[in-house]
Design a protein around this ligand. Structure first.
Ligand SMILES: Nc1nc2c(ncn2[C@@H]2O[C@H](COP(=O)(O)OP(=O)(O)OP(=O)(O)O)[C@@H](O)[C@H]2O)c(=O)[nH]1
Ligand SMILES: [Mg+2]
Length: 371
C-alpha cells in the first residue's frame, strides 16, 4: 500500500471512473468513507509532527472573527485596511501577505475582528503554501468572507479547499444522531424514509469509521456525504459571504455575466481600494454574524441603553453572565427579562434561557450577596 496521499488519489480516481447510479451508490459511499478516514489520519499525523494546528497563533478577540479567504492578489489586504484601518501591505504581486494580520471593525455596536491571510492556492488542504495553517485559522473563525477577482471566478475550487479541511459553509449540520455503545452491534433507525442510502451502505460506511456498536438515527433523508460528516465528527459549520472585488474595473454589463457564472451563490460587488460597497458589506457581515444586543437594567433603575452587551443569536443568560463582573456571576440567582425572548414583561428565567435582540435583563442576586 502506498502513502496516505497515494491511497487517497487512487480512491478518488476510482470514484471518478465509476458512474453514479442506484447500483453503484453504495460502493461510492464506501469509497468516500475510506477517503474521509484517510484524511482524518493525515490530519492526525500532521498535528503530531508539529505541522498544522494553530500555527500562526492568532488570538481571537472582539465579538466575532471574520476570515478573509481568496486566491493571491484578489485584494484581501486592501480590504482589511479599508474595513479596519489596520495596515496590511498590499502589492501587485502574489503572496504579498505571508502571515495572519488582524484588524478590528466597529460596526453597529459590535467589534468584529477581521483576519487578513495569505492567499489560498489549490492543494491548500494538503498543506501547500501554508494552506494548512490558513485553513486552521478559518476553522476557528465565525464567518468566512470569500473574495474573488472578476478575472478569476473559480469559486467552486475555493469552496473545495475549505471542504477538504472539514469546513462546511452556509450549511447546517446533518440531522443524524449517533449513540455509540460498547456492544450489541449496529442499529439503524430513521424518522423519515431514506431514499439515498440503504442499510447495507450505512453499515459499510459506519464500519470504515469503526462504528460497530450503537445506534445511527436519521432525522432527515441524508446521503453518504452527510453520514460521513457526522461520523467524522470534526466538521465545522460556518456562515459565509461571497464578494467580488475590483468591481471598479467591471463594466455594468459584465456584472450580469459574473452574477450568472456564480449562481446559485449570491455575490456582493465591492471595490476595496475605492471604498465602494463597503457599507453594504459591513451590514452583511453584521447580519450574517447574527448579533444580539442585550441591555442591562440594574434592579429598580432604568436600563442602560447606551452600551449593550453583544452576544450571538441563540446565546443564553449563561453567556451574558460570562461577560459580566465576577461578583454578579457568582451571586446569580435568576434573571428578569423584558423583550422578545420573554413570555411576559419581567419574566424570571434561569441560566439556560436563550436571549433575543434588544432584550433588557436584570440579574437578580442571591440574598446576602454584596455588589
Ligand atoms: N482596481 C482595483 N484594484 C484593487 C482593488 N483592491 C485591491 N486592488 C489591487 O490589487 C492588488 C493586490 O491587492 P492585495 O490587497 O495585495 O491582494 P491580496 O489578496 O492581499 O494578495 P496576497 O497577499 O498576495 O494574497 C494591489 O495592486 C491592489 O492595489 C480594487 O478594489 N480595485
Ligand atoms: Mg495580502
Amino acid at each position: 500500500m502506498g502513502s496516505i496521499e497515494e491511497q487517497i488519489t487512487e480512491i478518488e480516481d476510482e470514484i471518478r471512473r465509476t458512474a453514479y447510479n442506484k447500483a453503484t451508490q453504495g460502493h461510492i459511499g464506501r469509497l468516500k468513507a475510506k477517503i474521509a478516514v484517510l484524511k482524518l489520519e493525515r490530519e492526525k499525523r500532521a498535528k503530531s509532527s508539529g505541522g498544522g494546528g494553530l500555527g500562526y497563533g492568532v488570538r481571537k478577540s472582539g465579538n466575532a472573527t471574520v476570515a478573509l479567504v481568496g486566491y493571491p492578489s484578489v485584494g484581501k489586504s486592501t480590504l482589511l485596511t479599508h474595513l479596519t484601518g489596520a495596515e496590511s501591505h498590499a502589492a501587485a504581486y502574489e503572496f504579498t501577505t505571508t502571515s495572519i494580520i488582524p484588524g478590528m471593525l466597529f460596526w453597529r455596536g459590535a467589534s468584529i475582528q477581521v483576519l487578513d491571510m495569505p492567499g489560498l492556492i489549490p492543494g491548500a488542504a494538503r498543506g501547500r503554501g501554508r494552506g494548512r495553517e490558513v485553513l486552521s485559522v478559518v476553522r476557528s473563525s465565525d464567518l468566512v468572507l470569500f473574495l474573488l477577482d472578476p478575472e478569476h471566478l473559480e469559486f467552486r475550487s475555493l469552496l473545495a479547499e475549505l471542504e477538504g479541511a472539514g469546513v462546511r459553509v452556509n450549511q447546517r449540520p446533518p440531522r443524524i444522531v449517533l449513540a455509540p455503545r460498547d456492544k450489541g452491534g449496529l442499529e439503524i433507525h430513521s424518522t423519515v424514509k431514506l431514499t439515498r442510502l440503504d442499510e447495507r451502505t450505512v453499515a459499510a460506511i459506519a464500519k470504515e469509521f469503526r462504528f460497530h456498536n450503537g445506534e445511527v438515527l436519521f432525522r432527515e433523508d441524508a446521503g453518504a456525504d452527510e453520514l460521513i460528516d457526522t461520523l467524522a465528527g470534526n466538521r465545522i459549520y460556518l456562515p459565509a459571504l461571497l464578494t467580488v472585488n475590483k468591481a471598479d474595473l467591471l463594466p455594468p454589463e459584465k456584472r450580469v455575466e459574473v452574477t450568472r457564472r456564480l449562481s446559485p451563490h449570491p455575490a456582493l460587488f465591492i471595490s476595496a481600494s475605492r471604498d465602494q460597497g463597503l457599507t453594504e458589506l459591513k451590514d452583511g457581515i453584521a447580519d450574517a454574524l447574527s448579533f444580539v444586543r442585550i441591555y442591562l437594567k440594574p434592579p429598580g433603575r432604568p436600563p442602560d441603553l447606551s452600551e449593550p452587551v453583544i452576544l450571538r443569536k441563540g446565546d443564553t443568560v449563561e453567556r451574558l453572565l460570562e461577560r459580566l463582573p465576577r461578583e454578579l456571576t457568582e451571586a446569580f440567582r435568576s434573571a428578569q427579562v423584558w423583550g422578545r425572548s420573554a413570555r411576559f414583561p419581567g419574566q424570571t428565567v434561569g441560566k439556560d434561557h436563550p436571549l433575543a435582540d434588544q432584550d433588557i435583563v436584570t440579574v437578580v442576586m442571591a440574598r446576602g450577596s454584596r455588589a
